[in-house]
Design a protein around this ligand. Structure first.
Ligand code: 13P
Length: 253
């Protein structure tokens, strides 16, 4: 059966790349071929978003923000709104990254309100979730993930799932060089898809792309992406090197 969901590879640049480094990396990405069956997204820091979007206008590469605020406007010093992102041509936002949860204390409830304002603004949300090492050791990883999804994003309307990408990022695999095995990734992605079918229906569960993040590299991407329920990757460190990122982009069979 042909799946209608897309293969996606997104690069989360985190707090890396000033404007000149942004142009250098984007120029290097633009030199490479991208196969037709994959959507490519890059998420530079806020200061590079407008320039990145303009630099990529003649390509199929999309630009995403790494975060945004949950209110529309007002006295929130240091924050950036959905409308501001849209005004510089950015329609996609990463929400719920484990670094936002752990370092900036973002809760599931807060993330639910960020998801709402993003979808109200017709943005696409890349919603991240994933257990910590202690959860996996305790065998509670499925429960932890289910709770993150239930409290963060399962409140949305069925129609809105067209504008959601899910990203499973086990915290113990981020920036550690230790990936989830392809089997561990598949097991969690399959669990999430089954849960979506129960809570919503199979249109939702079969339609949504679920990408894996955590130490994806050119050497392991092919095997991870070959798993039935893994629809691509959210890439950190390897997204800062054009050749590595593009090798991952082109790692689908
Ligand atoms: P690494 O690829 O550096 O492990 O980071 C993964 C990640 O956090 C992407 O959002």
């Amino acid at each position: 059966m042909m799946s209608m969901r897309k293969n996606i590879v997104a690069g989360n640049w985190k707090m890396n790349c000033d404007i000149s480094q942004t142009y250098l990396l984007l120029d290097a990405l633009k030199e490479q071929q991208i196969s037709d069956d994959v959507s490519v997204i890059v998420a530079p820091p806020f200061t590079s978003l407008q320039s990145a979007n303009q630099a990529l206008l003649d390509t199929d590469i999309l630009v995403a923000a790494q975060n945004m605020h949950q209110e529309a406007t007002g006295a929130y010093t240091g924050e950036v709104s959905a409308a501001m992102l849209k005004s510089v041509g950015v329609d996609t936002v990463i929400l719920g990254h484990s670094e936002r949860r752990a370092i900036f204390l973002e809760t599931n409830a807060l993330l639910a309100s960020k998801v709402n304002i993003a979808l109200d603004n017709e943005m696409t949300v890349i919603f991240c979730f994933g257990e910590e090492l202690k959860d996996r050791k305790a065998g509670t990883h499925f429960n932890v993930v289910k709770q993150q999804l239930q409290e963060g994003i399962f409140h949305i309307e069925k129609e809105n799932w067209n504008n959601v990408i899910l990203a499973y990022e086990p915290v113990w695999a981020i920036g550690t060089g230790e990936t989830a095995s392809p089997q561990q990734a598949q097991e969690m992605h399959g669990f999430v898809r089954n849960t979506l079918a129960e809570v919503f229906d199979t249109d939702v569960s079969e339609g949504v792309s679920i990408v894996y993040g955590g130490s994806v590299k050119p050497g392991n991407a092919k095997e991870i992406f070959s798993k039935e329920d893994v629809d691509g990757g959210l890439i950190g460190g390897a997204a800062l090197n054009a050749a590595d990122f593009m090798a991952i982009v082109n790692a689908f069979e």
